[in-house]
Design a protein around this ligand. Structure first.
Ligand SMILES: N[C@@H](CCC(=O)N[C@@H](CS)C(=O)NCC(=O)O)C(=O)O
Length: 380
């Protein structure tokens, strides 16, 4: 295989030369900073959630909750090219698992899941979009990392999809689902810029002493075009992203995802501008409400019966069906989470709607009671 990959490397150099090495393409052979991160303005010192009554930035400048209510629309940053997670369909509608989190927050805050203005973002542009105020919420297959949380002016919500980085190559090049990472020696490996992905693969291959050529592009569509043309031997990103690409491409059957154990942890979830604990509560509890609803078997189809006849006190509170509801304490209407479940669904419904059709199973993203990692604090 090594010989073939070497040959492809030479072909790739020609392709890049033919393309003129446009602004979207960079060559990386050593660990590089994530472009989206280095260009983002650092937050004011003393970051971190202010906490209730802590006199944080939201108290001085107002919370995004007030801004969104006053505007009547949620500005939400999403992917537009990742089927299953964030995708703009042929009718111009945004659909997907991450898109539905935007819709759920809009349902909670505004009572209308359709009151969302979607802002399609590349990986490299997403953090600046949060910091500049272009978006209120980022819901775009974004990994929660220490540097993003502490050094980029962001706060992260609960992980909505536990993922890990994998690689994808062509069966015709001898790769199988059991191929070890060492099989990429000599390969041109491609991914998109401004991601955890490019750093992970650089570190993982260096740790194994593998000689690879890493190419990064801003747009993952370009990554895939180069993979299909043979200019990239291997593509790498979140395992879910690879499954999505493989499932939706006519040539997908010729490709294989490996290694079976991911090379990194990629906890994906929502993010927003840091120091706004009021807004943070809203996003967090919207996610938790969707998880708790699944635990209790409350679905979009039966939520009206559940409101009329709550199965227990927690369900009654969460749906705003009892006087000790807590939603109004956080600045939301009492029926905020009823609206979320009615209009968008519980976590499992959203997963089944968008991710099950791609062939993704619940795995780590099962409820804790089913052996997974999804666990919400009690609504009391
Ligand atoms: N989770 C990683 C990677 C995020 C990312 O940008 N992934 C790529 C590959 S799944 C992507 O969304 N590309 C858009 C696409 O596939 O169209 C991160 O937060 O840095």
């Amino acid at each position: 295989m090594g010989k073939k990959l070497t040959l492809l490397t030479a072909v790739f150099a020609l392709v890049v030369a033919a393309c003129g090495g446009g602004a979207e393409e960079t060559t990386t052979t050593t660990a590089a900073p994530e472009p989206g991160e280095t260009t983002t303005t650092a937050p004011a010192p003393g970051g971190g959630d202010a906490g209730a009554g802590g006199g944080g930035a939201e108290q001085a400048g107002g919370s995004l909750l007030d801004t969104v209510i006053a505007r009547g629309t949620l500005n939400c940053g999403v992917n537009e090219t990742l089927a299953g997670f964030g995708f703009k369909d042929e009718t111009g509608q945004f659909v997907g698992f991450d898109v539905d989190l935007c819709r759920a927050v809009a349902a909670a805050v505004l009572g209308d899941a359709d009151a969302v203005k979607f802002e399609p973002l590349t990986a490299a542009a997403r953090f600046e979009a949060v910091n500049s105020g272009l978006i209120d919420l980022l819901s775009r297959n974004t990994t929660w990392t220490q540097s993003r949380d502490t050094d980029l002016g962001l706060d992260f919500g609960p992980t909505t999809y536990y993922d890990g980085q994998q690689l994808m190559a062509k069966k015709a090049d001898g790769f199988t689902a059991d191929s070890p990472l060492t099989d990429i020696a000599g390969a041109v490996v491609c991914t998109n810029a401004g991601t955890t992905t490019e750093k992970n693969i650089t570190e993982a291959s260096a740790a194994l002493g593998l000689d690879i050529t890493l190419q990064t592009f801003e747009d993952f569509n370009i990554v895939m075009e180069n993979f299909k043309s043979g200019a990239c031997d291997v593509v790498t990103t979140d395992g879910s992203g690879l499954v999505s690409r493989k499932a939706t491409d006519p040539a997908g059957d010729e490709w294989v995802i490996f290694p079976s154990v991911p090379i990194s942890k990629e906890p994906l979830g929502p993010a927003w501008k840091q120091n706004d604990s009021v807004w943070g509560d809203v996003v967090r509890w919207t996610v938790y409400a969707m998880i708790i609803a699944e635990e209790k078997g409350i679905t979009s189809a039966n939520v009206d019966q559940m409101v009329a006849n709550p199965p227990d006190g927690e369900a009654a509170r969460l749906l705003g069906a009892s006087e000790d509801e807590i939603q109004t304490k956080m600045g939301l209407p009492a029926d905020a989470f009823y609206q979320v479940i009615k209009q968008v669904g519980n976590y499992g419904e959203v997963f089944d709607r968008h991710l099950t059709p791609l062939g993704l199973n619940r795995g780590l993203n099962a409820l804790w009671s089913d052996g997974g990692l999804l666990y919400a604090p009690p609504a009391r």
